[in-house]
Write a protein that binds this ligand. Structure first.
Ligand SMILES: O=c1[nH]c(=O)c2nn[nH]c2[nH]1
Length: 295
């Protein structure tokens, strides 16, 4: 037998960093979970019990903390690139570093109508995610994204005109609840180096803000004929808003809410236009996926 794949590192490295503005006293916080996985001339550590090539996973964890202290941790695309570049440039036998960063929400509280200088709240399980691959001699590839953004609209969604045959039971609807948990991502053009990443740092937050706003506003404003068409429109707008991106992708579960027929109880009307009480479904769910690229 032979080793066909080898990648190792430390997952679930949690870190929090505070920035204290000495002049204003305003403090800002960032909390993230980091995963680093390394590739390189490490086969002997698997095949021959030779541990000499191993940069221990604990060393990788310590490196994350040290570099977080010595460098900005925002935008996460920059910090991921700093980490990846560190690993491939510090160890001649390490040729690729895969860095995944999940940033958790700490949204500044508004207290008595004003942004509070040092108080924050977790307003949702939504995260901002980055996956960067720093590969020796090939530069840095970055995918940014949003996960866990749960949305629902009580109308403004239809689904009709779909394939009908002897297996089809689903009725057509011109007015339905639409709920999904957004998982979306955008792939950046290949960066030649860490310096190349640094040269466009402001564009990462701008792209994330645009992607989040486009997702929420398109979801709300569109009279959606299907999840498919609505997600395509989101992709199209994000590509236009972030010229340095090459592809945008969505994976959207369709989280169903079923009507409950209550007519057995004294003729109580609760279906169609009279539907008010619904049964939220945890499963099964639709799952609609797409990737949209530039022509
Ligand atoms: O938006 C939708 N797309 C689909 O493909 C689908 N299938 N059932 N309901 C659906 N809703």
């Amino acid at each position: 037998s032979e080793l066909s794949y080898a990648r190792y590192g430390k997952d679930n490295v949690r870190l929090y960093k505070v920035h204290k503005d000495q002049e204003t006293g305003v403090q800002s916080v960032t909390e993230m979970t980091v995963c680093s996985l390394l590739e390189g001339d490490i086969d002997e550590s698997y095949t021959a019990a030779d541990n000499s090539p191993i940069v221990a996973t604990d060393t990788q964890k310590q490196t994350v903390y040290i570099l977080a202290k010595q460098n900005p941790v925002t935008p996460p695309e920059l910090f991921a690139s700093i980490l990846g570049n560190h690993f491939i440039s510090s160890y001649k036998h390490i040729h690729a570093a895969h860095i995944k960063i999940t940033v958790h929400r700490w949204t500044r509280m508004t207290v008595e109508g004003k942004p509070h200088p040092h108080s924050f709240m977790r307003d949702g399980a939504e995260t901002r995610v980055v996956e960067a691959v720093a590969r020796e001699g090939e530069g840095i590839s970055i995918r940014s994204g949003i996960n866990g953004l749960l949305v629902l609209k009580s109308t403004g969604s239809a689904f009709y005109g779909f394939q009908r045959d002897e297996y089809t039971k689903l009725p057509e609807t011109w007015d339905r609840i639409l709920s999904t948990e957004v998982e979306c991502g955008w792939h950046w053009k290949k960066f030649a180096s860490l310096e190349d990443v640094r040269s466009v740092v402001p564009k990462f937050d701008t792209a994330w803000e645009a992607a989040r706003t486009i997702t929420l506003e398109t979801f709300a404003k569109e009279n959606s004929p299907s999840v498919q068409n609505t997600m395509y429109k989101m992709c199209d707008q994000i590509l236009a808003a972030a010229p340095l991106t090459e592809a945008v992708e969505y994976s959207l579960p369709n989280k169903h809410y079923f009507e409950i027929d209550l007519s057995w109880h004294k003729g109580l009307k609760n279906t169609g236009k009279d539907a008010e009480v619904f049964a939220p479904q945890s499963d099964p769910n639709g799952l609609i996926q797409c990737t949209v690229t530039r022509k």
